[in-house]
Design a protein around this ligand. Sequence first.
Ligand code: NCD
Ligand code: ZN
Ligand code: ZN
Length: 345
Amino acid sequence: MNSITLTRPDDWHLHLRDGEAMAAVVAASARQMGRAIIMPNLKPPVTTTEHALAYRERILAALPAGAAFEPLMTLYLTDKTPAEEIERAHASGLVQAVKLYPAGATTNSASGVTDLAHCDAAIGAMARLGIPLLVHGEVTDADIDIFDREAVFIERVMKPLLERHPDLKVVFEHITTADAADFVAAAPANVAATITVHHLLFNRNHMLVGGIRPHYYCLPILKRERHRQALLAAATSGSPRFFLGTDSAPHARGDKESACGCAGVYTAPAALELYATAFEQAGALERLEGFASHFGPDFYGLPRNLDTVTLVREPWQLPETLRYAEGQTIVPLAAGETLEWKLKV
Ligand SMILES: NC(=O)N[C@@H](CC(=O)O)C(=O)O
Ligand SMILES: [Zn+2]
Ligand SMILES: [Zn+2]
């Protein structure tokens, strides 16, 4: 196959940041995706509908002229989010989901939830109104090894949450383990998962063998090959419970190449090309459209996009760096490498 045409995909997990950085990255997503779920972990976090709507206006203002990209907004759940805020979010018609960051789990999660018991009223409102809870699924307990944090989260947080709120729509974001893939595959239809392209293409050896490669460092951290294989099997299974979420998470080059480097991989510029590479490696290119373009909107109860995109087999080289902000560059995933697939625009 030398060309593949799909319904235009959406990105169900995207970090756009704000200000100058946002202006530098938003066009890359808008070129590929119809819509994206915009993560709320700004500084300060997007905790109210009012802030989410103002952020949405800034995103729209930063888009290139003529772009049809639609940002789908989220709220950052805190211990203090009242049920009324969930009702306001729902009434706005522009906030699609609420994001759970366990406090301290990842980039800009300091204001996250310390104990889900504090959020019971807000989560009850979400279950009632059909608003999905998007979950960064890692425990933060100091005694739990970083490679085990997702698996332990399933037992300690995810299962009790779904027992208490069985009708709650939950997206287990950026899953990285066979444990999470198995859990979602066996869960009821109100539970789904996003899978990033870097977790489909790489295991922890890519990050750690022959030198430490900070541009592969993200959270949840890359796992061993067995888990990558399980994710690839889930993504290419044709199950509507697994769909595309890049977790493209830009950080300035200097913040990644550092003694204490930030977590996050910048995949937006070649996201579809990289997903096509992963699906082709699994011999499942014909399953890419469901994963990238159908199952996400179906889960969120939104219409599928009406236009299409075409990928052609045409080798091209990703740049080594891109401009990020005044005096700052950013290194995309697969920087300087030649990709087999190219998005035709
Ligand atoms: N994935 C990451 O490693 N980083 C994300 C946060 C997140 O999605 O956990 C970021 O905002 O940089
Ligand atoms: Zn996360
Ligand atoms: Zn993320």
